[in-house]
Write a protein that binds this ligand. Sequence first.
Ligand code: SAM
Length: 493
Amino acid sequence: MQTPFVEEHLEADALQAFAAYLAAQGYSESGIQKRLQLDELSGLRLDRYPIYLRGYLSQGLVIDKLIAMFLLQGALQFEAAGDLLGADRRDFLLKLGMLQRLEDGRVVSAVSLYPCLGRVFATDHRFRHLPRLRASAPAEPVMYLGGDSYALARLTPRGPVGSTLEIGVGSGVHSILARAHSQRVVGIDINPRALAFAQLNALLNGVPDIELRQGDVYGPVAGERFDRILSNPPFVPSPEQRLAFRDGGPSGEDVLARIVAGLDAHLADDGLCQIVTHLVHHGGSYRRKLEGWLGSTRWDSCIHDFGRLTPFDYAVDQVKSSFGQSYPDYRDELLRWIAGYMQQGIAQVGAGVIHLRRHPGPGRAWHCEEEVLPPRAAAGDRVLALFQRRDRVEQLDDEQLRGIHAAPPAGSELERRQPLTGGKPSFRFRTAPGPLQRTLDLQGHIVALLEALPQASDAGAACDAVSAQGHPQALLLRTLRAMLELGMLEIVA
Ligand SMILES: C[S@@+](CC[C@H](N)C(=O)[O-])C[C@H]1O[C@@H](n2cnc3c(N)ncnc32)[C@H](O)[C@@H]1O
């Protein structure tokens, strides 16, 4: 198997010391974002490399030299690499194969290093823009940490669990992060190169005891169940099957559908599955699609939806990102992709995270789709809170619901907008600030409930007051439930 590392030189202590050195120099998401003037590390763009390298990074700062070398595919003279890393560490990394010497004697990194949540992960280079990088391109590269990787990492709850399974480990990012809060972690990938990177990254991050298995989807864990199942599968609807980390078949759903279909056999009864994916919409409801794959309507599902594109805009993003084509090649490739999308009947392509669990109570399973921005910080607790809110509301019958005291959570806002031309005002509600914050347009009876609640003795009295304005009680109770489920209200007593 082709990997850049020499197995006999995978020394755990030396690798961990290297990771500690990077962290001590400020090689973190926020540290790098600040130096490259990025909102998000995943927003790194090849067409801005000259600006990063000549405009933002300075030759004198250690952090800048590390960014140039380990993120932007820069080269350093042999002695300068020793000055930067220490001669011993440079020589160790050369022996290991993580650093390589060019014919002219300069030293380059064979991998990119992406920080995530206090850890660091080696991957293949995202961009192969230089002839030397093209010449050394692996047939099946190990994926860089993209916006999808960061979104899943940030939306994973970090409270203790027994076991976690990751399907499609790539660099190992989710398995390695999960080991801090899971007693046992199993990571599967079809690409042996990915498993070699995951093994290296496990040593780099001091978590050598994750179980890495090569295989297809659930193949290597037949008969096993897990408390958590995580995946960032190959999800791009693609007319070609060129890259294992990207291409998800003509619909994009080949691997995704199999992961969802296998949940009943592999997820523990009270387990949670989280999948970051592009969401291919054919015009029908996504809930029905999930139920079709699950073969059951007994599953709760929540989608955090980061936004949608037309198939045309989506195809442009996919095709142009491959770089290096002439215009006629780009045009022909684009038209081929679009023809594939038309054939599949793809109406829109979104991006987001799907959370799935078996419905715990006797009531009906639910589905929600929440339009949010991709999280910029860890927000796993907010995902759990979403499920807990729904569980709590389901347990209340209408009489109990009327007896609660509820108020908007701290930091949430009701915004009144008066049209300049006169007429009725419109209202918007912003849920508590931070990751997964939502902005909701409100109808009149919701505003009336929000205004009545602080003055009423309990929620029932607020409903009575609003009902006197002509809104049916049944509608108000349903609205109250929805407001609690959405996090517009929380129960205070
Ligand atoms: C989008 S990458 C995700 C990598 C990493 N988990 C992350 O989030 O950055 C998808 C990974 O799934 C792997 N993969 C593709 N098809 C697979 C299959 N049928 N079974 C298992 N793994 C698969 C690819 O090799 C790749 O490493």
